[in-house]
Design a protein around this ligand. Sequence first.
Ligand code: XMP
Length: 515
Amino acid sequence: MTANEEKIIVLDFGGQYNQLIARCVRECNVYAEVHPYTMSLDQIRDMAPKGIIFTGGPNSVYEESSPHYDRAILELGIPVLGICYGSQLMAYMLGGKVATAPISEYGRTRVDVDTSSKLFHGIEEETDVWMSHTDYIEKIPDGFRITAHSSVCPVAAMEDPDRKLYATQFHPEVTHTREGKKIISNFVYTICGCIGTWKIDSFVEEKIRQIKETVGDKKALCALSGGVDSSVAAVLMSKAIGKNLTCVFVDHGLLRKDEGDHVEEVFGPRGKYDLNFIRVNAADRFYRKLSGVEEPEQKRKIIGEEFIRVFEEQAKKIGAVDYLVQGTIYPDVIESGLGKSAVIKSHHNVGGLPDCVDFKEIIEPLRMLFKDEVRRAGKELGLPDSLVRRQPFPGPGLGVRIVGEVTADKVRMVQEADAIFREEVDKAVLSERPGQYFAALSNMRSVGVMGDFRTYDYAVVLRAVNTTDFMTAECCNIPFEVLQTCMRRIINEVKGVNRVMFDMTSKPPGTIELE
Ligand code: XMP
């Protein structure tokens, strides 16, 4: 984004879909940034946004402790769209009445829409939207008109076009709102008058500029894992600060088969990038720390902490390193509970970090992007397809794919099984390519028979999911013959495994990784 490029500000009142709103706007090729509702009116005015969106949130506007905003924001002449809590807040700020609804609405809801509204231009008169509210607008403010209602919600949308104020009780940003994208695009183009010139390359350029400004001639250390996120972060950083960046690749012994060598080939001295690259072989150290530990969160924290300690040691050796760079992306941030949502698991890079980190600052240049946006940024930075298209691999690695205690022998089993599964899926002709697919090791041992002998060995779990944003996922339909080949090969080739299972669970209720 260049300084004078059009921009939408998403003012965050604590709802869980805030980044999805920003992403929907960015999909319209208009830059959007999420800021907390505590951002001052002067700051907002200085940013000269083309439009402002108030997000949803868990509170009730009539409670004193709930987040509010200076009413003058509605008088700037900048179009405002209030969503859910944001719509109630708009009503409340302008003298309307908000109350607890006689009937709460959650989930897919049919609404009748007034398509003469600029916001609903081109939308079906009856459409499905996603509702999630217990409060509702009982009385709209003077000057407003109602533009949508459901059977139980009299004000599903309202507007005062003269003041460029629009509000929806439902969430246009979630995919369950059938025509949500069209609604957001109507707001952005027709109401805010945006042209839509923003692309991911503007993001990359702006990030490089910001990083140059922040880091100056100081040194930074990048945690490079060879995965998509950290590779994109590393190349972006190196474009910004050149040789003041050192990439440290920690082989924690929890990587996929042969992955350590592959990463070294790509980013090391024989690779095409001119990076300062250090490989630290630390498997034994991680296995020691993980010995006897079974609880998933504890494992994540141990791996996260040990990672940081290794980095700190490297940083000391290099000397005067102020910044630590990480490839954290947005789903990591929300699922670690750093937004307002509940902690699902501590994604290492984020919540898995120890409280005390011996760097002046952590830089996470991709923190606001979703995975597919990171891939586009990677392409823009000239990274090869093989790297950009690579399926994600979690920071704690096989540590979260081995249920229960991690041992070197279990790592070997899961590495070999995973290599077989990936090889077979890669060569199969599939109608759909899974977004992520891997083998994990269950903590279950069961009795089997091989040749004339009894076995009492581990069960491998194969997992393949379709997903674009990694926030939700569905089981991918892998042909039975492919699964059968994998089962046969794994049992024959991987010592210690006598059973293979296929995990069909979607997310939710499962998560993609097993731990
Ligand atoms: P879950 O298991 O939370 O995974 O559904 C969602 C996506 O995130 C990846 N993942 C991680 N990535 N550090 C990462 O960098 C982590 O600690 C981590 N845990 C999960 C996972 O592989 C999937 O793509």
